[in-house]
Design a protein. Structure first.
Length: 168
């Protein structure tokens, strides 16, 4: 692929390692400026949550290439995934979750979890999340902890394979 500049999340390293695309990363102060960079041809590609640029795709100002998820996203059902496009298992996403101090009593955790799941099931909340291409889960605290551990292992491998180093 001939792209010369890319903006987006840490997923750039996963894309570089998986696809072999050689690009220069441009860092913006948020998704809004990154979309402007893409619209103004300052950047060639953007990896971000679909809600950031879906309106521009639907208006014909941007062209979607692929979703970085294993399943197609509801708001752009015609958009293939990278997984379907020849990169099996390729998935980059973001998630939001609730966390509490480690010593929080189990009954409090259960109460918070139960209330959060109720909110995630409210029709207005589901509709808003769907517009942002989000998929509410509301899994158990144990399942969420496993997901965090899995993400740490996944990104630790990317960091090692990409030879990423901390700098001052």
């Amino acid at each position: 692929m001939g792209a010369k500049s890319f903006t987006g999340s840490n997923g750039i390293f996963g894309i570089r390692l998986t696809t072999g695309i050689k690009v220069t990363q441009i860092t913006y102060k948020g998704a809004g400026p990154a979309v402007i960079g893409l619209l103004s041809n300052e950047a060639d590609l953007l990896l971000a949550n679909p809600g950031v640029f879906t309106a521009h795709i639907k208006a014909g100002r941007l062209r979607a290439i692929a979703a970085a998820s294993l399943k197609r996203i509801e708001i752009l059902p015609e958009l293939p995934t990278l997984h379907e496009s020849g990169f099996p298992g390729f998935e980059i996403g973001s998630w939001y979750g609730l966390a509490a101090p480690a010593r929080t009593p189990a009954p409090i955790i259960a109460l918070l979890h139960g209330e959060a799941v109720k909110v995630l099931r409210e029709p207005e909340i589901l509709a808003r999340l769907t517009l942002d291409a989000a998929s509410p889960v509301g899994n158990t605290p144990q399942a969420f902890a496993r997901e965090i551990r899995d993400d740490i292992a996944k990104w630790a491998k990317v960091i090692k394979d990409a030879n990423i180093k901390l700098t001052n």
